[in-house]
Write a protein that binds this ligand. Sequence first.
Ligand code: EPZ
Length: 423
Amino acid sequence: MDRFKIEGGRRLEGTVRISGSKNASLPAMAAALLTNEPVHLTNIPAVRDIITMAKLLAHMRAKVQSEVYPPTEVTISAEEISHAEAPYELVKTMRASVLTLGPLVARFGYARVSLPGGCAIGARPIDLHIQALEKMGATITVDHGYVEARAKRLHGAKIHFEKITVTGTENILTAAVLAEGETVLMNAAREPEVTDLAELLIKMGAKIEGLGTSELRVQGVEKLHGTSHAVIPDRIETGTFVVAAAITGGDVTLTNCAPRHLTVVLDHLRRCGVEIDELSESSMRVRARKGLRGADITTEEYPGFPTDMQAQYVALATQAEGTSVITETIFENRFLHASEMIRMGANISVDGRQAIVRGPSKLSGAAVIASDLRASASLVLAALVASNTTYIDRIYHLDRGYEYLEAKLRDLGANIERLSSPS
Ligand code: EPZ
């Protein structure tokens, strides 16, 4: 298993180009199942989850082509799908496989998808996805670890999500576009990745209103056609590099990003003393010349402070003056990074869904273990400011969602290298 070796203490300086959004690319790739015509996606990040989704679609006998490997653009043609199934072997490595459920049932009337199971950060059930599909006329059976869904043709329904669910909203959106009649999704997720999916579906001929709001209104159509679409920049990678620049007291310009997608994060970091300026539609400059001040955050669904930025913020809070109370409202077990940072010298106390960080702390390099995608990123951030050397194990978690992370950090002056060891 690969690991990172990081020598801390370097200021990051220069320019970094942000990659396309993993969490916009995955539903977009699944949505290609809704038509027999080619769907061409660009600005795709070259990360492990994209390759897994490509394998899954190929397993279903969709044609998946890309000019380069790992893919940063992909053309998917789901003319005939002889295998409307997402097997456990693939789903266990990527929960987002569940995003094929909606499109398969909508177009082929059948889907068999392995239950994703829990992960490090929580149980992550898909009960809301299933309840909504049943309301749309699907007959669902769950056994032997698989969800099997059948429907002659889905019909529209009024769906009120009792909890805001990102992939639940995406699954039902892709089911509704080919269903008979009108579907209204209430208490829908408003993440930019959901809106980007809706924009792709509209380009394919879908009729959707209410983009960006918590109520999406869909008029089902008979057929969708192919199209080309560039996915939005990755707002979590963007936030991760903003924190990297701030925590090292650096001076970094981010390009190919979308500052408008993380307004709450940027406003919050400004309150902590981070200087974020020279903003344009697709770039910003980040510095932190006067030290950092702690502040409390509570994670919320979009447009609130995203749970996927919580671990990165904890790393910043360890270097900020004062106390920061971090409350995690989305997932039940998302402070796994705290124990590893404590071993590096951070002053963090975790109680259930709350972490109290007192700073600034002098961090010293240590051997630590990554537990999930965003926790891994926060350990990289801590290592960038720790004295001496940090080794981070199990960085396959990072490879799932960050494109060329060590190369991008090295280009900004970080002393980081990947040590490959036979797994
Ligand atoms: C998406 O996961 C993202 N993944 C996650 O990013 C992100 O952390 C999460 O949304 C929250 O923003 C992708 O988009 C591929 P949810 P998702 O359904 O859709 C509960 C990353 O780092 N819930 O919005 O699985 C659930 O347990 C990943 O890239 C139910 O109870 O999250 C959680 O507590 C990590 N029943 C809350 O809702 C359901 O049927 C929000 O989950 C569905 C969800």
